[in-house]
Design a protein around this ligand. Structure first.
Ligand SMILES: C[S@@+](CC[C@H](N)C(=O)[O-])C[C@H]1O[C@@H](n2cnc3c(N)ncnc32)[C@H](O)[C@@H]1O
Length: 290
């Protein structure tokens, strides 16, 4: 299975550490879907479903639809399926979202919250092949490359400076462990496509934007440790910070604590783009990689 990130080691902390953020993303995606997608649709796919936060929100919103929830991580799927009852009409499938061999569809709606950034551009071919004509895609994406307005407090938020803190602490550990820490993070983030690139790719496949919203929301954390481990467990750094000595996490938390003493907040700004797209059934342009 082709995976850029392995959430198995993150699954036991994922939801407990991030529920306000991921509940907010699910609520906003459902808000868009409710406005654009007819109530009577038959088949929904939640792509990269994780622990099922969006899956269960969709099940509540579309009580007559059958839902398939796909993830590559066994532990994330176990966490999701342990919350389900037969009445939820959800089928959990372990599959690579890039190819969807085991969850072929077709679907009227494919939803995906914070999953696309981990996938290959070729996933768009897969999604088109799995959508019914006139079907929808709804996605929440980190807003890479999107211009957005930050408010005046942005520069003071410890959470916005997390990579700076990692960069200050990492060199001593890189030397001792003979392992790169910062470069793998930068390499990982460089691979992410911008929202504009994803939209171009969808448009080339006859999948057109019907709604696009970019929202900024600030989240507060109770301690530097909570802020750090929340980011790690939601996969912000992929697996690049997995398995380091306890002292590394303590040192990064101390850097965050110093910012807290200076600026007085442990906040983090989340900028997300919420897209709804529709497959018209016709394709235009070339289909080369973006
Ligand atoms: C940030 S989590 C988002 C989970 C969920 N959608 C939510 O909103 O909480 C990203 C998820 O994508 C899954 N994932 C990453 N690459 C994948 C792939 N190639 N196929 C299927 N799932 C994948 C991970 O296992 C993880 O559960």
């Amino acid at each position: 299975m082709m995976r850029t990130v392995d959430y198995d080691s993150l699954a036991n902390r994922y939801e407990a550490m991030n529920s306000p953020l991921y509940r907010y993303l699910a609520e906003e995606t459902v808000r868009s879907v409710r406005r654009r997608v007819p109530a009577g649709i038959a088949d929904i796919l939640d792509l990269c479903c994780g622990t099922g936060i969006l899956t269960f929100a969709l099940a509540r919103e579309y009580p007559n639809s059958a839902i398939v929830a796909v993830d590559a991580s066994k532990n994330m799927l176990d966490a999701a399926s342990s919350k389900a009852t037969p009445a939820d009409r959800i089928r959990f499938v372990r599959d690579d979202a890039n190819t969807l061999a085991a969850a072929a569809g077709p679907y009227d709606l494919i939803a995906c919250n914070y999953g696309l950034q981990w996938l290959s551009p070729s996933v768009v071919d897969t999604l088109r092949a799995r959508l019914r004509e006139g079907g929808y895609i709804a996605a929440a994406l980190p807003s890479h490359g999107e211009p957005h307005r930050s408010d005046a407090g942005a520069a003071t938020r410890a959470g916005n400076k997390l990579l700076d803190c990692v960069c200050r602490v990492a060199p001593a550990y890189e030397a001792e462990l003979e392992r790169g820490i910062v470069k793998p993070v930068i390499d990982l983030w460089r691979r992410f496509r911008t929202v504009k690139q994803w939209i171009e790719r969808f448009e080339q496949h006859g999948i057109h934007v019907v709604e696009q919203r970019t929202l900024t929301r600030v989240f507060s954390y109770a301690s530097p440790e909570e802020l750090l481990h929340s980011a790690i467990s939601r996969g912000v750094f992929g697996n690049c910070l997995d398995g380091l000595p306890d002292d590394f996490y303590r040192d990064v938390a101390e850097e965050l604590a110093a910012l807290y003493r200076k600026y007085g907040n442990l906040e983090e700004e989340n900028v997300s783009t919420f897209l709804v797209l529709r497959y018209s059934g016709t394709t235009c342009g070339d289909e080369s990689d973006v």
